[in-house]
Design a protein around this ligand. Structure first.
Ligand SMILES: [Zn+2]
Length: 191
């Protein structure tokens, strides 16, 4: 018997607060999608350099049960994320748009111990401890934070390395200043 065919499928609310309490112990599967702005994700909000219109993440989630010989069926959660945030470019030190698109697969386990014992070498999926009030919003935010590049940069050729220049001025102003001595010299000659 395929468990997915007899279990009800529940639509997840796209309301961020509703995502904080999802019952993963109930005999049902879930499906849903929505959009989270940066302000819905307080830990992420601390990492970004600026928030521009359109910044945030589209998410989609589906869960299903997979038969496993000799034990209860495993509950699998697939999370898709697509969106944009702004970080400081480590080359030019200006704001830099970072686009992320991720797909993650999780297996729901019954206890912390089961999660600790789960083989880390399984790169296909990671364990999550199921609960009746599971915080899916936290899981989504965790995955975005884990996906952020360690050294964000504009694409190669799109920006110049930051130079402190003379008195911290912009490089093009420095170039103008280099010409100034000649102008000063001309003025001296005129006088
Ligand atoms: Zn840059």
């Amino acid at each position: 018997m395929n468990r997915n065919q007899v279990l009800p499928q529940v639509q997840l609310s796209s309301d961020p607060n509703a995502l904080k309490r999802v019952d993963f112990c109930a005999p049902q599967s879930y499906r849903g999608a929505g959009f989270l702005g940066i302000s819905d994700l307080p830990r992420l909000a601390e990492e970004v350099s600026t928030v521009q219109s359109g910044d945030g993440f589209e998410w989609n989630i589906e869960t299903h049960f997979e038969e496993s010989p000799g034990s209860n069926p495993h509950q699998i959660l697939v999370l898709g994320l697509k969106g944009r945030l702004h970080l400081i470019c480590q080359r030019c030190l200006q704001d830099c748009a970072v686009d992320l698109a991720e797909k993650r697969r999780f297996i729901l386990v019954a206890s912390e111990k089961e999660a600790d014992d789960y083989p880390v070498e399984d790169e296909e999926q990671e364990p999550l401890v199921a609960s009746q009030q599971f915080n899916l919003l936290d899981t989504i935010e965790d995955e975005i934070l884990l996906s952020i590049p360690l050294i964000p940069k504009h694409p190669d050729g799109f920006c110049e390395p930051f130079t402190s220049g003379i008195d911290g001025e912009e490089p093009d102003e420095v170039a103008t200043e280099r010409e100034n001595p000649f102008n000063i010299l001309k003025n001296i000659k005129k006088n």
